[in-house]
Write a new protein. Structure first.
Length: 378
């Protein structure tokens, strides 16, 4: 019997036109949290490192309607690592349509397969998660894993300058919520009662990790749970609430008690941390960022914050989160690089004599850690 089969048997907006171009035919996919996808059950491929690719199942899809899948590596049933992948975002015709200048990953394929580096390398002797069961949630919907709406984005008349017809349009399935929920429901049924759970995310997945750690803590009520968002802490822009609303995320969130009374015009990425902290004060929340992250600078420029200086934006966002969670922790390193958990720098990074690998290991083990800064952000 093939090992992949054996594993399965064992674990058997409407969008405001001014800000986003023209959004038409916006259709809510489901009202969260009641409308959840059926449990996927089939392994579709075995990969290096012991990972298995799992079909996402009914209700899941990528932005263009192509199939969705996620990844699992069996390990200790007492320890679970859940990671949400990155891959940009889109909110206009020009950055959603694949013939233009897309700013997101539209499919799940070989490029999203787990790379055996950083925290996903089970063979690294210093990996604090080497013995964990691991769920990898890839990303292909342009909505930071939170979308719940199909939107048709139309080109603006000004787009003619680029040689496009003003009637051009593209339909995007912002289906991130259903995809992530399918992956979580699958792992809940396979890992029923872990003692330790660590929820991490890189880039777009870092944003999502703060929302989904709340869902995970609600399900695994007796587990020790920690969270780390990797390289998405500086997004402080007036347009963020409109982005979330446009993707259907704000409406989706209203299906959860902590978001029922939230003013849609004030829901931002920090709101996700604040809600998680208030709902589950025992969960450790944290972020890693670099002071000149080129990708965060790029996306800030794209949403109307040109020439952004990240340290003051990080400081303001951290202050908002710490007002609700005194236990929130941050590790801020010098440099322009984007994301670290999935690469070899996870083991070599050190700031002020504190090695990132050790800092994260302590977070996951529930041991106290300090805020670490290169001196440009606190």
């Amino acid at each position: 019997m093939k090992r992949s089969v054996l594993i399965v048997q064992l674990f058997v907006l409407a969008v405001p036109c001014l800000a986003f171009g023209q959004a038409q035919s916006a259709t809510t996919l489901a009202n969260a949290p009641q409308a959840q996808t059926a449990k996927p059950v089939s392994a579709v491929g075995e990969l290096p490192g012991g990972y298995v690719k799992i079909d996402g199942g009914p209700g899941t899809m990528c932005s263009q309607g192509t199939p969705y899948a996620f990844y699992f590596r069996p390990g200790s049933p007492d320890k679970l690592l859940i990671t949400f992948g990155g891959g940009g975002a889109c909110w206009t015709y020009n950055n959603c349509d694949l013939t233009q200048k897309p700013t997101y990953n539209p499919t799940v394929g070989s490029g999203t397969d787990p790379q055996l580096t950083g925290i996903l390398d089970p063979a690294h002797a210093d990996n604090p998660f080497a013995d964990h069961s691991v769920l990898v949630v890839p990303y292909c919907t342009g909505d930071v894993h939170l979308g719940n709406k199909t939107v048709t984005y139309s080109a603006l008349p000004s787009d003619k300058a680029g040689g496009n017809s003003a009637s051009a349009s593209v339909q995007i399935h912002h289906n991130g919520y259903n995809n992530a929920t399918a992956a979580l429901r699958w792992v809940y049924s396979r890992i029923p009662s872990p003692r330790e759970v660590f929820v991490a995310g890189t880039s777009a997945g870092a944003i999502a990790s703060a929302f989904y750690v709340d869902r995970v803590a609600e399900h695994y009520k007796t587990a020790r749970i920690g969270q780390l968002g990797d390289s998405a802490g500086a997004y402080r822009a007036a347009i963020v609430p409109k982005l979330l609303e446009g993707w259907g995320a704000t409406e989706m969130m209203r299906g959860f008690p902590s978001y029922v009374k939230q003013d849609a015009s004030k829901v931002n990425f920090e709101t996700l941390y604040i809600a998680a902290a208030r709902n589950h004060p025992g969960v450790t929340l944290a972020q890693f960022n670099t002071t000149e992250d080129e990708t965060q600078v790029f996306f800030l420029d794209a949403v109307g914050v040109p020439n952004a200086l990240l340290p003051p934006l990080l400081e303001q966002n951290f202050a908002d989160i710490r007002a609700a969670s005194a236990g929130f922790r941050s590790y801020t390193a010098p440099g322009t690089f984007h994301t670290i958990l999935g690469g070899p720098a996870f083991y070599s990074m050190q700031v002020n004599g504190v090695r990132l690998r050790d800092w994260v290991a302590n977070l996951a083990a529930g041991r106290p850690v300090e805020n670490i800064s290169s001196g440009k952000a606190k």
